[in-house]
Design a protein around this ligand. Sequence first.
Ligand code: NOJ
Length: 754
Amino acid sequence: MKKIVKKIVTAVAVALIPSWGGAAAIASVAPATIEARIDSLLSQMTLREKVGQLNQLNTADFDTLGTAVAQGRVGSIINEVNPEVVNALQRKAVEESRLGIPLVFARDVIHGFNTVFPIPLGQAATWNPSLVEEAARIAAVEASATGIRWTFSPMLDVSRDARWGRIAESAGEDPLLNERMGLAMIRGYQTDNLADPTAMAACAKHFAGYGYSEAGKDYNTTWLPLPLLEDVVLPPFEAAAKAGAATFMTSFNDINGVPSSGNKWLMRDVLRERWGFDGVLISDWNAITEMINHGVAADKKEATLLAAAAGVDIDMEGHSYPDVLEALVAEGRLDEAVIDGLVRNVLRLKFRLGLFENPYVDTSRPSPAFAPAHLAAATRAAEEGTVLLKNTGLLPFGKGVKKIAVVGPMADAPHDQCGTWAPDIRRERSVTPLAALRKLYGDRNVLYAPGLRYTRDRSCEGIAAAVKAAGDADAVLCFVGEEAVMSGEAHSMADLDLKGAQTELIEAVAATGKPVVLVVMAGRPLTIGRERDMADAVLYSFHGGTMAGEALARIISGKANPSGKLPVTMARMTGQYPMYYAHKNTGRPPEWTVELDSIPVEAPQTSTGCTSYYLDAGKEPLYPFGYGLSYTTFEISEPRLSASVMPMSGATFTVECTVTNTGKCAGAETVQFYVRDVVGSLARPVKELKDFAKVWLEPGESRVVSFTLAPSQLAFHGLDGKPVLEPGEFMVWTAGSSAEGTPVSFNLVENKLL
Ligand code: NOJ
């Protein structure tokens, strides 16, 4: 095999961002001019008009909303997607309200607008920030065509518990992966000029700690010690603030007893002072008023005082600010200057979005919805986000597979394949696996028998037909998983096994002896160990969006080579969660485990080895973070370090490795760079991801992948929340997953000792 060796500085995926015709470029207004215009407006505004800017309402009947807008009592509107209505409401604001301050229209455009991309967890599985940026750009182009200029995305909540339904909306368990994906989305939504009519303001949410909801139950409380908060929870948010995310959203949860919407330390000291954020901070929906339920405020007035003191600029559909802010000023309990500060942030956003110059959506622009380039990008994203977990050689289908049995409730589920947060889909635009396979293999060669009508279906009546189809085919494709409604906000689960009679269906088709490919389409990692063992190959596709079926058919047929890697640890059993690769070693790390059934009756208490694992689930996950196979194979060399000693206040350090495609077809490998701080003043994680690079290689091709490491990347936070950098040994891995590779060590040394 011919060896091609290329040297590159850092391997990154470069995707072309299409250019969009039709939208006139608008120059952004200079910051000094913006502040002067805000001063002028503020000097003319009544208190009621100021409060109006802080009030975000859900769309409602036109007359009621239009009247409130014309009276200057509303500053922004969520969920209106009809461009005619958007313009009509905007006219009320611009032409009928006293000061003509435009509205801004907001929407949860989370993973696409009309063209639905994979859920954020699936986008993270691509490990390809350029592709994620392209997806966000397309979402912004489609959404802005209806007048939406503000999206409540990206969600940057590190999620280590798959019971939490909102894991679907995250980039998984790792802070760095969340940061990289979040920044890519922000770039895609905002571009470098928010005033461009196709740009949308991004919103970093949910600030903060929401992913740590106790027991994975949505909206639940969190307990977060400062080292965890500072090392894991906050870094993606800090990066977003520093990259210019235009807005932030408070989270529903309390942290250590303080609900975020009233957390002055987090919102003012950290976000505004430490990180220099000058954008808009919005509450989550009704979150200000919910501080009454939390039990930290007796009534709306107390809740409002807490939120205003914390610097929450906008009350999202909570009716606290509009109901009581004026009274609080009149009673002398709140200084109007505090309100001025909040209004200033809101007006700044509107200036930055160019809304004063260009308030209306251009309805004469041809609709960009479902443009061919958008569908092609959605196919690529779904392809690259699909993870091949197991393959005994059955995939891709070869010439021997002529007749295919297509079974399972997700094979033809146009709504459900789009996942959570897809309110603007048109289900008839979804390409399901069944449709794509029929097109590829011909109707006659695809024997379709779903077996179950939907994933929770317990009636087994259809299974006999699925078994018959399997018996008549050369191979079986079994599409299982979760309906869209089973993950996302307010959709937590206490048991992550496949629901309904899906396991029985897999068992029945596998019993025919025909080779089975299990394709899981879900909003989270499910516990599929038993089902995996019954299948010859397993593809995991986090709800893949409009083009999910096309992408899967291309992978199954070999037109595309899977390159997805898990952004989250897959547990064997639900009870293992929270489970994540960057755990602490503990004083009792398990080297060997004892299975429950092997323990003799009346065995002594210590017979299990007394280390940290579960008797009924062992110590390992089903699949580790970062794992994913390809139709080809790769070799990644041990890391090569530019020195074995790194000065603590020195320059960056280089870590290189060589990655080679050792198989027979072209493919992509994601090289992951992990570090372990061997001894610290606090126990440190067994590994932490510091960088990654996705590399496309022809068969036989090798590349040198190079990462840099600065001493600051080795710092962590102490119990007091202050950063510390400590000398000592560090281990370094370059590998294809968090569970592979051979480490090499270096020492971080105080400069005076060198
Ligand atoms: C509540 C959700 O928590 C948040 O993520 C979303 O943006 C708002 N509702 C608006 O729909």
